[in-house]
Write a protein that binds this ligand. Structure first.
Ligand SMILES: [Zn+2]
Length: 281
């Protein structure tokens, strides 16, 4: 059994078929944690989780990209963000549901910043990230961190606050071994997705993965690794560019097994045990 610890079957890309997609995941022995990026998608993640007796869970929070309205263009997708103010009480009420296993995705996004407001946005992102950390401490749920071009600041913010948190996951880790090591020393889990199946770039581009990413995968102890898809985005090879699904998490597992020269069954067993430990289900 696999666990996709970071999926978005709660997003519009699955509006017409979320139930069928999740039923197929459960039939294929893949459990799913759907992650909110705003209040609306967080609430939807909780409702979806409630409609399954087991195997589908939720994480609730406000993604840093949604603190301002702007156009986001990615290689794999593009969309318009919707500005939202973080309402602690409303998220607290959602987070109290037993199907909610974590708080996020929250953190810092320094790649997409609205032009000419960079400082103001960074300050607001840090403030809202601190509020998510408070919420995770108060609810004793796992903190799910989004970081883009911001590992150093994330590290400085979480380091003094680790003792108040049940667990911390660095989602979509795309850094090098030095950066991985800083977070592992704090006791964080690192979560990898389809990006590890892409051909590594020779140089680090802003917002992109580090050329040292595969070395980071090789050196990260297996008991600190989580698997995710971030679907509908980041489809692993050979499906790159297509809509992604949680059941494709096995392609991420296969790549990690190949890098570590381990049987894929061992990666499957250990990462599932890690997910249970990290999220407490
Ligand atoms: Zn995500």
């Amino acid at each position: 059994m696999f666990v996709d610890t970071h999926a978005h079957v709660n997003f519009d890309a699955f509006k017409g078929d979320s139930k069928e997609v999740l039923e197929k995941c459960l039939r294929e022995q893949t459990w799913v944690i759907n992650v909110g990026s705003q209040y609306s998608t967080s609430k939807r993640a909780v409702e979806i989780a409630q409609s399954f007796p087991e195997g589908v869970y939720a994480v609730v929070g406000l993604h840093p990209v949604h603190l301002f309205s702007m156009r986001v263009d990615e290689e794999e997708s593009s969309f318009e963000t919707r500005e939202e103010k973080f309402d602690y009480q409303k998220y607290l009420e959602l987070a109290r549901d037993p199907k909610v296993l974590g708080i996020g995705e929250c953190g810092l996004e320094y790649f997409h910043l609205p032009p000419s407001q960079e400082e103001e946005v960074e300050a607001r992102q840090k403030q809202v990230f601190l509020e998510h950390i408070m919420l995770a401490s108060e609810t004793k749920k796992t903190l799910m961190v989004h970081s883009r071009d911001a590992y150093e600041d994330i590290y400085q913010i979480i380091k003094p606050r680790m003792s108040g948190l049940r667990a911390v996951v660095i989602h979509s880790f795309i850094g090098n071994w030095k950066q991985a090591e800083m977070f592992l020393d704090l006791g964080c889990f690192l979560s990898f997705n389809g990006i590890v199946t892409y051909k590594p770039r020779k140089e680090k581009k802003p917002g992109g993965s580090d050329p040292g990413l595969l070395e980071a995968v090789a050196n990260t102890p297996l008991d600190k690794i989580l698997l995710e898809t971030d679907c509908p985005y980041l489809s692993p090879e050979p499906f790159r560019g297509q809509r992604n699904f949680p059941f494709r998490v096995k392609f991420v597992a296969e790549k990690i097994a190949a890098i570590k020269r381990l049987p894929v069954e061992e990666v499957e067993r250990q990462t599932t045990a890690n997910a249970r430990k990290a999220f407490g289900f």
